[in-house]
Design a protein around this ligand. Structure first.
Ligand code: ASP
Length: 312
């Protein structure tokens, strides 16, 4: 069995957002995660460090990568894992979360992983239960484990984050991935360019310590990383786009736009991707440039690290 150290404690009981973490917390999580990269490629992936612990995954929104990787992560660490997909539940919003939290709390879980469509839901839940809560996507507010796995992927490929120029492009206003990445990449010393049409930019973007661009070629210029985002149609209350074709023309990542980035620039996307709208399908699959699959792979390691640290 692989030799894995005991988790070092960090300053927080819950993982609700990157904004709550210190640099030292982030470094602890990332170095824990590195230990699991090799294990996840080996034949025997099972550890028993969370044996006897109960992990509940409470997902009120659809998820493929995040839910499956949290489930696998918990199982690989030996926890008893129960996944509840409440996406289709008919119970009213608000009531659902608190009632469900109280019910689950009575069953004495050791950790709850929650995804919810309302910003602030994971904070609310953390006040109602006794165990640690991990945010797996909180409305449009934060998605901390996504930013941590993105950081691990960048470090794995570029060996550092400090001094890199990173472009985040697309539907910024609705994206919890963008927010968590902006906080984390700034904290780790990257220069962050935000690119998107003005109606998909948050009003407070200037306060976030980034440069903003509406021209994708200018925003991508000399970047080391180009991170594309999904158009969050489910969060759009009115029509934000004239057409997908026009969006692709101005904000889709295509080989001609990528030319403006550094020659060795890497392409990222948190998934799920809308091919041919946010990104050219060949670029998404280009093994020399795209690290989208590696993001998924390292997501399991990051979630193992988070479960270990917050549950042990
Ligand atoms: N999977 C990410 C999230 O849950 C990105 C996305 O859905 O676009 O926020």
């Amino acid at each position: 069995m692989a030799n894995v150290n005991k988790a070092i404690k960090i300053s927080q009981k819950h993982l609700l957002g990157i904004q709550d973490l210190s640099i030292s917390d982030v470094n602890i999580i990332l170095s824990e995660a590195k230990q699991f990269i090799g294990l996840n490629k080996s034949k025997n992936k099972k550890l028993d460090i969370l044996r006897g612990k109960t992990q509940i995954n409470l997902f009120f929104e659809p998820s493929t990568r995040t839910l499956s990787s949290f489930e696998l992560a918990g199982k690989r660490l030996g926890a008893d894992v129960m996944s509840m997909n409440l996406n289709n539940s008919a119970i009213k919003k608000g009531e659902t979360l608190i009632d469900t939290a109280m019910t689950l709390n009575a069953m004495h879980p050791d950790i709850i992983v929650v995804r919810h469509q309302d910003s602030g839901a994971s904070n609310l839940l953390s006040q109602k239960v006794n165990c640690s809560v991990l945010n797996a996507g909180d409305g449009r507010r934060e998605h901390p484990t996504q930013a941590l796995l993105d950081a691990l992927t960048i470090i794995d490929r570029k060996k550092k984050i400090e001094g890199l120029k990173i472009a985040i492009c697309g539907d910024i206003v609705h994206s919890r991935v963008a927010r968590s990445n902006i906080y984390l990449l700034n904290m780790l010393g990257a220069e962050v360019n935000i690119i998107g049409p003005s109606n998909l930019m948050p009003k407070d973007i200037d306060k976030l310590g980034v440069k903003t661009f509406s021209d994708m070629k200018k925003g991508i210029k000399d970047c080391d990383i180009v991170m594309m985002l999904r158009l969050q149609n489910e969060r759009m209350t009115s029509s934000f786009l004239s057409s997908n074709r026009e969006y692709y023309e101005y904000y889709g990542l295509t080989p001609d736009k990528l030319e403006f980035a550094k020659e060795d620039a890497l392409i990222m996307h948190p998934g799920p991707m809308n091919r041919g709208i946010e990104i050219d399908t060949k670029l998404a699959d280009d093994i020399n440039k795209s690290v989208i699959k590696e993001q998924v792979e390292l997501g399991v390691a990051v979630r193992m690290a988070c479960l270990k640290i917050f549950c042990e």
